[in-house]
Design a protein around this ligand. Structure first.
Ligand code: S3P
Length: 435
């Protein structure tokens, strides 16, 4: 089904570095036994939160170079690793901003240290559930307390930890990573079982840096090494950021957008696969491997006659962050799209089910809210109205793309919140649409 107003797209984008890999690259480089060299680390508010927390824990972190320096000699970040046991007690609270990944992964690291770390964040992060990470860390022997309920501020007092096998009901990559990091730093074997496979970057880093990791259906087990090797890495493009432009190209009237050097991971590619199933034209060229056990790919995406799809629980982890965007694409696809099994969306940077639904309604789309998802009826009508982001970067970008694909009559209340993951989003969007 074509967009109401002709929309032509063109050009190539090298989207900024992957957010999940960037957080992990900083953490593993800080814990390695010597200096690591990183290029292409995402320069965004979330990753700066991880950089700042590691600095507060005594790592001499250089600032993250801006994206514009990615290919220049001064675009390399040299991180002097302090070793697995070299972090220092923080003199101040650890400010995690809007970043759940910073909080949960570094809570795992700090749980293995015999000092207290107080994690604080912005209003959105302070509402997010942290019991999911407190429970396994307590089971390993750390003390984890909350000022109120199970949100930030959270204080982690660590020390020697016990070996543990943990069942994670949320199938969360952040919980899995927190347990693996706690086991790594305290030198005890751990395993995490989960019903669904979540993103596996932590495991891949651990293997690449010399750890013994076993992955079986439903479980990941780590026997920790004594030390981590320093490493060199160019962080590949973020598939979640690339998805916005793939969606735009799929909804456009004509043209192609190339998305160069994107992380290719079976734990992250469900949006691109779904977009193809919906009818978009997508070609792929394999790129160079990253050196930390991940592959890269360059996509070329062009419009197609889009049809609705059905997304169930099994599809969700590999496209969890792209579901608001999928709902926007579904608004322009023929027929009905049903998303279920996605209750985790309610505890992201915002309640992404309620907020996606209320914003689709606000711009004239027929949509029904479900407890664990939504049902969207596609159409050709105009999309116009005002979108409320509640500071959620992915809501701003998903509706920014829907606006660009439907004639530019959607306004976004807080465009600046994209700084969390993609500071140059609006200028890249203007470039490919010629706006
Ligand atoms: C992330 C894991 C996912 C994802 C988040 C980043 C990570 O969260 O939504 O944006 O880097 O590990 P959950 O682990 O809570 O599913």
């Amino acid at each position: 089904m074509a967009a109401a107003t002709p929309v032509r797209v063109h050009g190539e984008i090298r989207v900024p570095g992957d957010k999940s890999v960037s957080h992990r690259a900083l953490i593993f480089a800080a814990l390695a036994d010597g200096p690591s060299m990183l290029r292409g680390v995402l320069d965004s508010a979330d990753v700066q939160a991880t950089e700042g927390v590691l600095r507060a824990l005594g790592v001499a972190m250089p600032p993250i170079p801006p994206r514009s320096r990615r290919d220049r000699p001064d675009g390399v970040m040299r991180i002097p690793g302090v070793g697995l046991h070299g972090l220092k007690p923080p003199a101040r609270a650890l400010q995690c901003g809007n970043s759940g990944t910073t909080t949960r992964l570094l809570a795992g690291v700090c749980a293995a240290y015999a000092f207290s770390s107080r994690f604080v964040g912005d209003a959105s992060l302070s509402r997010r559930p942290m019991a999911r990470v407190a429970r396994p860390l307590r089971a390993m022997g750390a003390r984890v307390t909350f000022d109120d309920g199970d949100g930030l501020p959270m204080t982690v007092t660590g020390g020697p930890l016990r070996t543990m096998r943990w069942q994670d009901d949320a199938s969360s990559a952040q919980v899995k990573s927190a347990v693996l990091l706690a086991g790594l730093v305290s030198g005890v074997p751990v395993s995490v079982e989960a019903e669904r496979v979540s993103r596996d970057h932590t495991e891949r880093f651990l293997v690449a840096l010399g750890a013994d990791v076993r992955v079986t259906p439903g479980a990941v087990s780590l026997t920790p090494p004594d030390r981590l090797r320093p490493f060199e890495l160019t962080v590949p493009g973020d598939p979640s950021s690339a998805s916005f432009f793939a969606a735009l190209a799929a909804m456009a009237t004509e043209g192609t957008i190339r998305l160069a050097d994107v992380l290719a991971s079976p734990t992250r590619d469900a949006f691109m696969r779904t977009l193809e199933t919906m009818g978009a034209s997508i070609t792929q060229e394999s790129g160079a491997p990253t050196g930390i056990g991940e592959a890269t790919v360059t996509y070329a995406v062009a419009p197609g006659g889009l049809r609705g799809v059905t997304i169930g629980a099994g599809d969700v982890p590999a496209m969890i962050d792209e579901l608001p965007l999928l709902a926007c694409v579904a608004a322009r696809a023929e027929g009905v799209t049903v998303i279920t099994g996605a209750a985790e969306l309610r505890v992201k940077e915002s309640d992404r089910i309620a907020l996606t639904v209320s914003n689709l309604l606000a711009v004239g789309v027929v949509v029904e809210e479900l407890e664990d998802g939504m049902r969207i009826t596609g159409g050709r009508g105009p999309c116009r109205g005002r979108v409320v982001t509640r500071g959620d970067h992915r809501i701003a970008m998903a509706f920014g793309v829907l606006g660009a694909a439907t004639g530019g009559e959607i306004t976004i209340d807080d465009r600046a919140c994209v700084a969390v993951s993609y500071p140059d989003f609006w200028s890249d969007l203007a470039r490919v649409t010629g706006a």
